[in-house]
Design a protein around this ligand. Structure first.
Ligand SMILES: [Zn+2]
Length: 406
């Protein structure tokens, strides 16, 4: 069993073990208790938050020989067979790779056959929004008149891409991102059970980085345990994930909010030279700016940050006009780090836009355009601007646009 990855090995096996989705597990458990399991469910929610796991649990509950107050017993022959992956009446289809009409026709042809081992046959269709239109329409026919012995569970991260006629025939349950405190608790349980040494600070970093996906968090924990056999520390997590420390992002946020262009530009470049992944710096800074906005307007519950970071942000509250944080968040949020990650330029431009606007009068919309900033690169050779003409003179004019066909 030790060769199994954490995510599979520590997968919850009953409703009561499901972390962070109590609203879903309570509803489902109650319907099992009352013997009123639906014929078709639609599980919506972000990746890694327990949709497929819950589908397996409902399959187990529908077939368990010794239900425990609506929860599967995990001891009877059926439960064990499902836990070992040997049960014939759970059919899983990954619609991301089997999205065509042939797979759906196959389901339609076999759906009327009675279950082989259990009472109910359970079809779990993962990434259901990936089915083609033809496949979705064919599936709708099956969903309209499902045989008594069948349960369909459709899982999706993008419910809006599923046919409304399919949605209206399913009982819809919305899964939430799992709070980082819950993820932290689960990681602690796993580390204890595995007997591996992981600093709490390291697990908090993993939990925050996973942004609500328990699967991502568990995979990361495993990766770290393998690569750090003598114990996992906070700095090791920061290094593996390319995260600068909280301090680097916090410093940048302070300078941004104070409107200090020079210090902010230095902070970005220092982080780059110290080897931080700039996408991570961007993300950490976004989280902190968002946290500051919530603190400024007194909505503390929405802030998911360590206590010492929260305390430092609070010290800045009330020292700026309220619009400054909104402006900063908009500019920072619009930075596209996807294609230009190794370059500091996108972040530098955003820094200047935020800080120079902050220096303007209190009605930012009517402020004059900001003056060009002084160059503030540190430790790097001066480089010519990208648009500088080459040694052979300016570029030729672009060709005239082609005439459109009539
Ligand atoms: Zn059982």
């Amino acid at each position: 069993m030790t060769s199994q990855v954490y995510y599979r090995k520590w997968r919850p096996s009953s409703f009561s073990e499901l972390a962070g989705q109590e609203h879903v597990s309570t509803t489902l458990r109650q319907s099992v208790r009352l013997g009123r399991i639906s014929h078709s469910y639609l599980f919506c929610g972000p990746r890694g938050c327990g949709k497929t796991t819950t589908a397996r649990i409902i399959a187990k509950a529908a077939n368990c020989l010794d239900l425990q107050d609506g929860d599967p017993c995990n001891a009877c022959a059926v439960c064990q067979s499902i836990n070992d992956g040997r049960f014939m009446d759970i059919i899983e289809l990954d619609a991301a790779s089997n999205r065509g009409i042939d797979e759906i026709r196959d389901i339609r042809d076999k759906v009327n056959f009675a279950p082989v081992q259990g009472r109910r046959k359970v079809y779990i269709i993962d990434e259901a929004h990936m089915l083609t239109d033809a496949a979705s329409n064919a599936f709708l026919k099956t969903l309209e008149e499902p045989p008594e012995h069948v349960i369909f569970v459709l899982c999706t991260t993008e419910a809006h891409r599923i046919l409304p006629t399919i949605i209206s025939r399913c009982q819809r349950l919305d899964f939430r991102r799992i709070p980082s405190e819950t993820v932290f608790g689960r990681l602690t349980e796993i580390a204890d059970a595995e007997g591996v040494a992981v600093e709490p600070a390291a697990m908090r970093l993993i939990a925050r980085y996973a942004s609500g996906s328990l699967r991502d968090a568990e995979n990361l924990l495993e990766q770290l345990v393998v690569s750090c056999p003598d114990g996992v520390t906070g700095p090791q997590v920061e290094q593996l994930l390319g995260m600068g420390s909280d301090e680097a992002a916090l410093e940048l946020v302070k300078y941004l909010l104070l409107g200090n262009t020079t210090a902010s530009l230095s902070a970005v470049n220092r982080a780059a030279w110290e080897g931080s992944d700039l996408r991570q710096l961007h993300r950490q800074t976004s989280d902190l700016l968002r946290g500051f906005m919530h603190l400024q307007w007194g909505s503390e519950d929405a802030v998911d940050l360590p206590e010492h970071v929260r305390a430092q942000l609070k010290e800045l509250v009330g020292k700026q006009p309220p619009w400054r944080i909104v402006h900063a968040l908009k500019v920072w949020g619009a930075v596209n780090m996807r294609y230009d990650a190794p370059s500091t330029l996108p972040l530098e431009l955003a820094v200047v836009e935020i800080c120079e606007e902050s220096a303007a009068p209190a009605t930012p919309q009517e402020a004059p355009p900001p003056p060009p900033p002084a160059p503030a690169r540190r430790g790097r050779e001066p480089q010519p601007p990208r648009s500088a003409p080459g040694p052979r003179g300016p570029r030729p004019d672009p060709p005239p646009p082609r005439a459109r066909p009539a």
